[in-house]
Write a protein of this length. Structure first.
Length: 214
């Protein structure tokens, strides 16, 4: 997180019953620099600095603003640690083969996660693949059809994340600057420039109270 690094991310979603059939996929790009990040995937863009997390839902023209938490959302390793803190682990194994190191973590019965697998490049230390085996119901909207979906695709789904194209980069001066996206006014927050027609929503209680106080 102290380096300026960019990489590509490719997600695939499959059923554990039929892992060879890809049900959906998404591709994105991440730029990281000293804890700040700029993330593009499909019609969603996320920018984070020391003060704000800005999420742009381009198709719906929504700008969602919040204050950053203590855990960097862009760091896959930290995401795994958060899961491990809240879920019971039944087994963990480490295997090495050639230039790769694989870590496999299994969870107790009843956990939302069945397994997490991580693959690292031993030379660079970078994560090359992360795979979640997670309950299917967690990946679909809460509807009356949940049981039918689970019956068709199985109790667990497999989410695979491929990380590639790691490269250093020089951040643009305005790349992580919130003033590129919005301005704070007496009555609240207003989207700027390219995003001037976006509706702004606040996701942090302190930002909401700040607006009301003004």
């Amino acid at each position: 997180m102290k380096k300026s690094l960019s990489f590509d991310v490719h997600y695939t979603y499959t059923s554990e019953l039929q892992p060879g059939i890809i049900l959906d996929s998404l591709s994105g790009h991440m730029d990281l620099s000293e804890g700040r990040y700029h993330y593009n995937i499909s019609n969603t863009e996320m920018i984070a600095n020391e003060r704000y997390v800005i999420t742009l839902f381009k198709e719906d023209k929504i700008m969602y603003l919040s204050k950053p938490s203590g855990t960097p959302q862009a760091d896959p390793g930290q995401q795994v640690l958060q899961v491990l803190k809240t879920m019971g682990i039944s087994r963990c194994s480490v295997d090495e083969s050639g230039s790769a190191k694989a870590i496999r973590i299994n969870f107790n019965s009843g956990s939302p996660y069945k397994e997490i697998r991580l693959l690292f490049d031993k030379k660079s230390g970078y994560l090359s693949e992360m795979q979640y085996v997670v309950k299917t119901q967690l990946l679909i909207q809460a509807t009356d059809e949940q049981e039918q979906v689970t019956e068709k695709y199985g109790e667990f789904a497999v989410v695979s994340c491929i990380y590639s194209g790691y490269a250093p980069f020089v951040p643009h001066p305005d790349m992580f600057d919130e003033h590129t996206y919005f301005t704070k006014e007496d009555k609240g927050y207003r989207a700027l420039g390219t995003y001037s027609d976006f509706n702004v929503f606040l996701g942090s209680e302190d930002m909401v109270s700040e607006r009301h106080d003004n």
